[in-house]
Design a protein around this ligand. Structure first.
Ligand code: ACO
Length: 332
């Protein structure tokens, strides 16, 4: 089917909580140390929400700042998609809460759960809405409050994650103008149990006993996830490059999911992209699950590396397993 429009990413914003949780802070909570965390992951600190704050605490200002930067009014938004696995509630969706708070009166709103691949999946969904001619302007948010599902007594997981949320405004533009050239999404449900929130839904609803046992916290067999993440991030990136006929020279910045610096480096290497083109902020904010890519995009913009015309490659891998990539030219 011919495209009615091309989906353009025209503005980005990111919001993280005030509170910093450093590796030194974690040394006082679990048997770990700064040297182990930095050498194994690249993480130095992460941000954590205060008691009583949920994803919408970050998502609402992220959405408002994004619209302000784009010069677009909330009433003109057709849809809001929030990628997350830690929304304020399972029902209502965080997207509905954002929609009401910002006054996006005509927008549809839904959450999309695809773990660390959530932002790439949500952006791809928005692209499909726009390319079909169904929508003109969609706010795509990605964020997680990982502190709400972390066991701060489990050194295997608590050092890896943080809280944060970002937003990107996606608009319809000329079919041959700048915007999203293509995307790829993949899944392999055989990895479902290796990285999971075991007590979070209808199959295993929480009970006082399960909560006391900590069954609602993130479980990850990191050593098993690691090679899957390295293989799939590299594979989907090189596949997409080949499919759309681009080389490393067509990538101005690579914005990968920030799970581990030791996963990012081989991905860039396989793509032939030099590390000076790779946006890394894992040291400051850790793995914010669906938040990593919009947070890194906002970081790139702040550093002057993301402007109208910048050629951007996004790639992610996460729980499920699910993974994906997207290639675009930024701006209007
Ligand atoms: N501090 C000190 N020692 C630790 C810590 C810690 N915080 N955590 C684990 N260790 C110990 C382990 O117990 C183990 O000790 P042992 O050998 O006596 O058993 C030792 O350190 C080595 O552990 P490994 O698991 O081999 O360490 P590894 O080099 O694999 O690094 C890590 C662990 C960082 C978790 C890595 O495996 C990883 O990054 N995995 C992938 C994470 C990922 O990509 N997740 C997907 C995205 S997240 C999402 O979708 C929600």
């Amino acid at each position: 089917m011919p495209k009615a429009a091309r989906a353009k990413c025209v503005a980005v914003s990111a919001v993280v909580p005030e509170k910093r949780l450093t590796n030194a802070d974690l040394e006082k909570m679990v048997d770990t140390n700064d040297e182990w965390i930095v050498s194994r992951t690249g993480i130095k600190e992460r941000r954590i929400v205060a008691d009583g704050e949920g994803l919408s605490t970050l998502a609402i200002p992220a959405a408002q700042q994004c619209l302000e930067k784009a010069g677009v009014s909330a009433e003109d938004i057709d849809g809001i998609i929030v990628a997350t696995v830690t929304g304020d509630y399972l029902m209502p969706t965080t997207a509905n809460i954002v929609q009401d708070a910002i006054g996006a009166t005509k927008a549809f709103a839904f959450d999309l759960a695809n773990a660390c691949n959530g932002f790439v999946a949500a952006l791809s969904s928005a692209t499909a809405f726009i390319e079909s001619g169904h929508s003109q302007k969609i706010l795509v948010l990605g964020g997680d409050i990982m502190s709400s599902v972390l066991n701060y007594k489990d050194r295997n997981t608590c050092i890896l994650f943080g809280d944060g949320c970002g937003a990107v405004l996606v608009e319809a533009g000329e079919v041959d103008g700048p915007g999203i050239v293509d995307f790829e999404l993949h899944s392999d449900g055989s990895g479902a149990q290796i990285l999971s929130l075991p007590c979070s839904g209808s199959a295993n609803p929480p009970t006082p006993e399960k909560l006391a046992n900590g069954d609602h916290f993130v479980f990850q067999d990191g050593r098993t996830v690691f090679p899957h993440a390295v293989r799939r991030m590299a594979e989907v990136s090189t596949n997409l490059m080949e499919k759309i006929g681009i080389t490393k020279d067509d990538v101005d910045i690579l914005v990968p999911h920030q799970a581990n610096l030791r996963i990012i480096e081989p991905t860039a290497r396989r793509m032939g992209v030099s590390m000076d083109k790779v946006i890394i902020n894992i040291d400051k904010v850790a793995n914010t699950t669906a938040g990593t890519i919009p947070l890194a995009l906002a970081d790139a913009e702040e550093r002057g590396l993301l402007k109208d015309g910048t050629k951007v490659f996004l790639v992610a891998f996460g729980g499920g397993f699910s993974w994906g990539a997207s290639y675009l030219t930024w701006g209007r």
